[in-house]
Structures are given as structure tokens and as C-alpha cells.
Design a binder for this molecule. Sequence first.
Ligand code: DC
Length: 216
Amino acid sequence: MIIAIDGPAASGKGTLARRLATHFGLPHLDTGLLYRATARALLDHGHDLSDRAAAVSAARSLALTDFDEAGLRSRDMAEAASVVAAIPEVRAALVDMQRRFAGRQGGALLDGRDIGTVICPDAACKIFVTASDEARATRRALELRGRGEKVDYGAVLEDIRKRDLRDSSRAAAPLRPAADAVVLDTTKLDVEAAFKAALVIVESAQNSLRAGHPAY
Ligand code: DC
């Protein structure tokens, strides 16, 4: 089965996605890394983030094994990824790669912003993970500090709001819950409680799938 997890920055979707993938034995693709790696490649080759032709070429040259994950997780790369992700041709260049991953036999779990709406509109299970701006900024500041970045809570809160606005107001595949997604608000949930709540959602989707396809 395909599990689609979407949500804004630092909503907890990454942690949840990794845990669910391990629990259900599914391959996991963090699609944010595709946009982060595209932005990184662009900057490394001396291009500007607004250079659309170079951005599309960087996106087309990506391979799923390319990622230096630690180097892509910085605050700067998050912002840069959001900028290139607003270029429709960049998104188009990354669609097939994501759909091929999703189409693996036995299923897959993908997380991002447009998985339930654009990449896998027929996913059997869609979860839209969200949390208050303040809870997300607190988590992101802790995470960045844990990685050695010197960050200020207020600046992180501002980054998150700016990035959410750009991600949800762009014309191409804006961040929004699919009509058939279950919204999971993790503001008051710790990692364990969020995981348990997500398990209930996935198990219910599995049951519906089995009811619709008895041989599944
Ligand atoms: O999930 P993340 O924070 O690593 O994503 C970084 C940026 O990439 C995010 O601000 C918007 C973009 N993104 C996207 O537009 N679509 C996706 N499916 C995943 C990420």
C-alpha cells in the first residue's frame, strides 16, 4: 500500500514517516531532500536560485542515491529548497522519479507537501500532519541546535512562517491537505503519541483496502 504523508515544515512528518516506514517495512522517500539537493547542486555550480533553466537541469540530473543528508538539513538549504520548489518545471522534472518510487511492488511511503494531492492522488492512506507555528518552531530550533547550528527561536519562527506562506501560495502543487487526507495535529503530542495516532489512521486505511480488495 502507498502511504502519503504531507505537512508544513517541522510538523513532525519526517519523524513520523521514518517510524511508520520501519513499522510497516516500507521503503521511504523524503521528497523534501529532492528539492534540497536540487538547490544545493544549483548553488554549488555557481547559479542563482532564480535561474530556472539551471534549476531544471539540476533537478533532472538528480539520482535518489545522491544525497549527503547531513549537508542538506541546514536552515539555509530549507529556504533554498522552498524557492526552487516553487518553479513548476523543477516540480515537473521530479514527478516521474517520485511516482516510480511509489510504484514499487509491495508499496512505499513518501513524505512531502504534494504527495496526496499530486504525486500519489490514489494513495490508500493519506495523512496531513500539522502543528501550531510555535510548536514547530520550538522543535526546529532544538533540531538545528542539536546539529550544531546557532539559531534563535524568533528567527526560526519567522523562517517557518515565510516558508509555509511560499509553499502554500505557489501556483504549482501548493501545500494543502488532499480532500481525502486525515489531518493529524501534533501540537500537543509527543513523538510516541503522534506515532500511535498515525498507526490508528494507517490501520484503518488498511482495513478499508482489505474490505475493498479481499485478496489483498
Ligand atoms: O520537507 P522539507 O522541509 O525538507 O522541504 C523543503 C522544501 O522543499 C519545502 O519548504 C518545500 C519543498 N518541498 C515541496 O515543495 N514539495 C515536496 N513534496 C517536498 C518539499
